[in-house]
Design a protein around this ligand. Structure first.
Ligand SMILES: [Fe+2]
Length: 159
């Protein structure tokens, strides 16, 4: 159905705009706070629209289905997508991109393990720590990130 394709296209566009405006807000933060505030507002608007569209794409799913979907998506990323694009980046001599892909692949493997564990462990009293540099997620706050070596002060805690 054409509308289904259009919804996915709309989602991709609004998700992209969210990050585009968020990045623009960050860049203008010091030089032009008013414009930064405008971009932050536009980013929030795009996020809400993208979330609404995503509900149409994903349908009604329970948490077990969401865990299984997450495991499937991350497994594809870490076993097929990233190995392929890492090779391609290395062949293109794009060292910076290859390093970012490798780090993201490692993060994805850690996220997959957390999701697999979630099937038996509801994590009720477990805080999570997210590396603000690479996105790595851990249950214990490490001294340094196991993916990007950032120090523990770069981590964000989610209760
Ligand atoms: Fe990290």
């Amino acid at each position: 159905m054409k509308t289904e394709t259009n919804i996915k296209s709309a989602f991709s566009q609004h998700a992209y705009s969210y990050f585009e405006f968020l990045n623009a807000a960050k860049r203008a933060e010091n030089s032009n706070p008013g414009i930064s505030k405008l971009f932050k507002s536009l980013a929030e608007s795009e996020k809400i629209v993208a979330q609404n569209l995503f509900v149409l794409i994903s349908g009604e799913t329970d948490f077990e289905q969401n865990i299984m979907n997450g495991i499937d998506d991350l497994t594809y990323q870490t076993t097929q997508f990233y190995p392929t694009v890492i090779n391609q980046a290395e062949m293109d001599a794009s060292a910076r991109e290859a390093a970012m892909f490798r780090a993201t692949e490692k993060v994805g493997k850690n996220l997959t393990a957390l999701l697999k564990n979630a099937l038996d462990n509801p994590y009720r009293n477990t805080p999570f720590h997210i590396c603000g540099i690479c996105g790595n997620v851990t249950m214990e706050l490490p001294n340094t990130c196991t993916v990007c070596s950032s120090t523990s002060d770069k981590f964000i805690r989610i209760e």
